[in-house]
Design a protein around this ligand. Structure first.
Ligand code: ADP
Length: 296
């Protein structure tokens, strides 16, 4: 029975260094499970166990479930669980399905992925996203489009445009697209998603290697000139508060998979560029490996 006095340090240092969110938190109700003797071994366990039927080497998309009992003993409980944030409820368990993402991809001929389109309002996200989806669908791909305005009618109808609400908006969307991608769908999103950290979080929880960030980059003046919904004009009069590019920040991607200058490219050229990128990264949506590990 070894007590770990610097448990908080575990949280802040060892686990964070191992790629986990700093606030992966501990429970104190004690439980059965394999005792973990030290942080190094703990991380080793995570590295070498399996999560959700695939290797947990993609630790960035996993979080450990572990417990501290009242004596300071640390126990790994139930392996590894995929999550984005620590759930409030303690009495929940992960149910492992019997159909894998690989099997779904085998059936449909391609795997799921996320095409995350970000940019200022009126930069062209929705226009490109709808054309892209139409094109992929016509090629026989399973697709779905999530558009910022649409999800604010339902899933996110309780959210406004404060930094906290924007974060929660993207957190929810990130979770939804993760599910779509896992279901084998090519999921296209059109969200301003102004904060870099929020986009990175969406990437972090997406199936590893299946997140394509597309920066739709048009100068603010061009977007203001287009202003298809009249929003910039209303933002400038102060009628609309916290408007991205006018009274709220936009943090451009540092290293997106693709950057499209929509002031110079046509819609068709933008769609072609994304399709070419998908081709170039063909492993992203290629059919699943056959049982022997080779492609069909
Ligand atoms: P967002 O979804 O980013 O708010 P929208 O797609 O709703 O932007 O509006 C963009 C506007 O810009 C549309 O009126 C569209 O026709 C126009 N536009 C002009 N050139 C392009 C381009 N290359 N790509 C996308 N949209 C363009």
């Amino acid at each position: 029975m070894s007590g770990y006095a610097p448990r908080v340090q575990w949280k802040r240092t060892d686990l964070k260094r191992a790629g986990f969110r700093a606030h992966t938190v501990l429970d104190f109700d004690g439980n059965s499970g394999a005792p973990i003797s030290d942080p190094a071994r703990f991380c080793w366990n995570l590295n070498t166990s399996r999560a959700g039927g695939r290797r947990s080497g993609a630790m960035s998309s996993c979080a450990p479930v572990f417990l501290l009992d009242g004596f300071g003993n640390t126990r790994l409980n139930g392996g590894i669980r995929h999550c984005m944030s620590e759930p409030l409820s303690k009495n929940i368990f992960w149910t492992q399905g019997k159909v894998t993402a690989e099997q779904r991809a085998h059936l449909s001929g391609h795997s799921g992925c996320v095409i995350w389109i970000t940019g200022l309002s009126a930069s062209g996200k929705s226009t490109i996203a709808t054309e892209l989806e139409r094109e992929l669908f016509s090629q026989g791909k399973f697709t779905y489009l999530l558009d910022g305005d649409n999800t604010r009618h339902g899933l996110c109808s309780d959210l406004g445009f404060s930094p906290e609400d924007r974060r929660e908006n993207i957190r929810r969307v990130g979770e939804v697209v993760r599910l779509f991608a896992d279901a084998g769908i090519i999921c296209i999103t059109a969200f301003i998603s102004p904060y870099r950290s929020d986009r990175e979080e969406a990437r972090r929880i997406a199936p590893p290697g299946k997140f394509i960030e597309v920066f739709v980059n048009a100068p603010l003046e061009v977007c203001e000139h287009r202003d298809p919904k009249g929003l910039y004009a209303r933002a400038h009069t102060g009628e609309i508060k916290e408007f991205t590019g006018v009274s709220a920040p936009y943090e451009p991607p540092v290293n997106p998979e693709l950057e499209l200058h929509t002031d110079k490219l046509s819609v068709a050229e933008c769609v072609s560029a994304i399709l070419a990128k998908l081709d170039q990264m063909s492993a992203i949506i290629d059919g699943a490996p056959a049982a022997d590990g080779k492609k069909d």
